[in-house]
Unconditional design. Structure first.
Length: 732
């Protein structure tokens, strides 16, 4: 390895010492006694180079090395060829070309970075380089001595950063290319942000941006690429370190539980108790997460009072269920010096990169070992495992250590910046980059998934109108948007969709209303269909028909124990209306909506109704949660529940059949009219009925405190389930 002159080494020692203190420990199954006699370096893609660290890796397998000290910023290709080399002495408007906080690259290899001289309030630039060519510079500033924030490449291909302005911090977005004839890119986003740009952290996901407050702040907020504030992680449960997947779902550990927050519903989707977990979470492409845990155990080769730290990787699936638990083998030698936990990083192929570092006792003293493993959570095994190992026969150098958080993966390669030092701490070798040839390696996740997506520029939002009855207005989810009897909820499924960046819908009109019948859709001047004419949306959704058959009267008969069984008046009324009046009314309604939206090509999505009550067996025992559906003196003691299921089945059958009949009238109707079943086998409502074994998605009688009209209506989770059905139907 190349040696530095002593004055150069002294300059790097503070950095090396601080990084060594951060070094983690894990032995990935290689016992200390098996160490080779000589220094061991795994197979490399190309020879190691002296360099101070790693900034980022590229899609093609290359790596960018920052210009710390007197090094030029250099990008190496997958075989070690120099693809970019920026002279650290070159000046850009008085700023040395080496002063980047960090850099990002896009799928085409263009590099973006914030160039600053680090002076309070000084001018900075966001710059773009294609190879060695400066494409453009964009004036940017931050009122701080330094900044953790950097330019990031969004899932839409645009570039985003935080900057200071006279009225505070702003989140800005700019295009990757300067318009023809101009020297600056176009600004496509500029919104005020409640953060200090000097410490806030900006992270992209496929359809938006996550901004973390930084420096102990628990504030974590989500923005769409259009600047819409989507959600905020609950500040009382979220630590500042939040790991997100490509969909923006975030995972965090609060000291007791690992939790997943879903920005589309603005709720914590699940929370799982895990003892001694760390904030080193690795979100996986399948929606799950791998978690590092620790436990102090008795050392196998020492006295009863001697203990060692054992680390495990616990993998949770997308629903928060434990599916794997792998224990990293601790060092067998009680003299081994642990200095911290290992580190995890997810890869886009589903594997997990594991970096472990420890100090191992030999006959000549201690040596440093850097372990690199690639773990597959699906097979619960290793696809790659090797180590950088010091020379156990050399009493001077104690071996390798790696710069914390600087190990970066890419296709078939793991880049490891490491250095060696003797025990005295003086005479350290220069840091070298080792491009390890590692099977199973791939780009880090979620960055790799965002860069390799085929989404291209952000798709324009589709205009959207929400029609329908109480199931669409959100009757069961107060508070409401206005004081009308329509009870339009802030968490109705149309509102959930409007906040969901994956849906890409812009809600132009929300006219769904509690109690609405088909006649309320059809009214010439005041009906909901008028919104289609006025807005000309690309898409409209609705639930309609339940009030035409007096389903509310049927539900009231059930709840008040009047009787809603198969022989009841309530049941007969509902079924009779389904078979006589409902079909013609629905057909007229669908045709009216289609005709009103013809010029705009509006797609009409008709949603069915979900089963509300669990369809219990006739002999099932009494269930206090829905005792009003339990008949004491009948052979079929759950007859009311079975009758309720029957009504919903017949109602949905009529809606589906009418949609099919209208579709056959002409090709245009066929293209633009769609039915979405809420009772199909893949429906998120399945298993979440009242009195089911899972959490109910509906308001039950014991949950309603302010208005009995809410009973049998979807609750917040139910409206989110409707939103999921729409997303599935529209292909998002």
């Amino acid at each position: 390895m190349t040696r530095l002159s002593i004055w150069r080494v002294r300059r790097q020692l503070p950095l090396m010492a601080s990084m060594a203190l951060l070094a983690g420990v894990a032995v990935l199954g290689v016992a200390p006694g098996e160490a080779q006699a000589a220094e061991h370096v795994p197979a490399l893609q190309w020879p190691a180079i002296a360099a101070p660290g790693i900034s980022t890796t590229t899609l093609t397998g290359g790596v960018t090395v920052p210009c710390i000290g007197f090094n030029d910023l250099t990008t190496y290709g997958p075989t070690g060829q120099v693809e970019r080399q920026l002279d650290h002495t070159e000046m850009v408007d008085g700023i040395e070309n080496c002063n980047y906080q960090s850099v990002s690259v896009d799928k085409d290899g263009v590099m973006y970075g914030i160039l600053s001289n680090g002076t309070m309030g000084a001018k900075s630039y966001l710059v773009a380089y294609q190879g060695n060519t400066l494409l453009w510079k964009y004036s940017i500033s931050c009122q701080g001595w330094w900044t953790e924030s950097s330019a990031v490449v969004g899932g839409d291909g645009n570039i985003y950063a935080l900057t200071a302005a006279a009225d505070g911090t702003h989140l800005i977005g700019i295009t990757p290319d300067a318009p023809a004839g101009q020297t600056e890119p176009a600004k496509i986003l500029d919104i005020k942000s409640p953060y200090d740009c000097a410490v806030a952290q900006l992270s992209p996901y496929s359809e938006g941006l996550i901004v973390r407050g930084g420096l102990g702040s628990h504030l974590v907020e989500y923005y769409s690429y259009q600047g819409q504030n989507i959600a905020e992680v609950p500040t009382d449960t979220s630590p500042p370190w939040v790991q997100a997947n490509a969909l923006g779902q975030t995972f965090f550990y609060d000291g007791q539980n690992v939790s997943m927050f879903d920005p589309t519903t603005k709720n914590i989707a699940w929370s799982v108790p895990i003892a001694n977990a760390s904030s080193d979470l690795a979100p996986l492409p399948d929606g799950g997460v791998s978690v590092l845990t620790s436990e102090r155990t008795q050392s196998p080769q020492a006295s009863a009072s001697s203990t060692t730290m054992t680390y495990s990787i616990i993998t949770l699936n997308a629903s928060g269920q434990r599916v794997r638990a792998y224990t990293l083998q601790p060092a067998a030698d009680p003299g081994t010096g642990y200095v911290g936990p290992p580190e995890l990083a997810a890869l886009i192929n589903g594997n997990v990169l594991v970096l472990g570092r420890y100090s191992e006792r030999t006959a000549h003293g201690f040596i440093g070992v850097v372990e690199i493993g690639i773990y597959n959570p699906t097979t619960d095994g290793w696809v790659y495992r090797d180590s950088l190992r010091g020379d156990v026969q050399d009493p001077s150098p104690y071996g390798f250590t790696a710069l914390s958080r600087s190990v970066k993966p890419t296709k078939d390669t793991v880049y490891v910046p490491a250095f060696t030092c003797p025990e005295s701490g003086w005479g350290c070798s220069s840091t070298a980059i080792y491009p390890l040839k590692a099977s199973g390696a791939a780009l880090d996740y979620p960055r790799g998934a965002i860069l390799t997506s085929d989404s291209g520029p952000q798709h324009s939002l589709r205009s959207y109108v929400a029609l329908g009855d109480s199931f669409s207005s959100g009757e069961g989810v107060p508070p409401f948007l206005d004081n009308t009897a329509c009870h339009r909820s802030t968490d109705a499924y149309s509102q959930v969709l409007s906040r969901d960046p994956l849906a890409r819908l812009q809600l132009k009109s929300f006219v769904a209303c509690s109690g609405a019948e088909t006649k309320d859709v059809l009214a010439n001047r005041t009906g909901q269909a008028v919104a289609i004419t006025k807005v000309g949306p690309q898409l409209a959704t609705m639930t309609i028909g339940g009030n035409d058959i007096d389903f509310a009267g049927f539900a009231t008969a059930c709840v008040l124990k009047v009787s809603c069984g198969f022989s009841s008046a309530a049941y007969r009324t509902a079924v009779t209306k389904i078979n006589t009046v409902l079909g013609p009314r629905l057909e007229h309604t669908y045709r009216k909506l289609l005709d009103n939206g013809k010029s705009a090509g509006t797609d009409i999505y008709v949603l069915g109704y979900p089963y509300v009550i669990s369809n219990k067996s006739a002999s099932a025992p009494y269930d206090g949660r829905c005792g009003y559906m339990y008949g004491l003196h009948r052979k079929d003691r759950w007859e009311e529940a079975h009758a309720a299921t029957s009504v919903v089945t017949q109602l949905n059958a009529k809606i589906s059949a009418t949609v099919a009949r209208v579709q056959k009238l002409n090709p245009d109707y066929s293209r633009r009219l769609h039915f979405i079943s809420a009772t199909a086998s893949n429906s998120p409502f399945r298993g979440h009925e009242i009195c089911s074994t899972e959490t109910s998605y509906f308001q039950n009688i014991n949950q309603v405190t302010s208005n009995y009209k809410y009973i049998f209506h979807p609750n917040r989770a139910g409206e989110a389930a409707y939103a999921q059905l729409v997303r599935m139907a529209i292909g998002q």
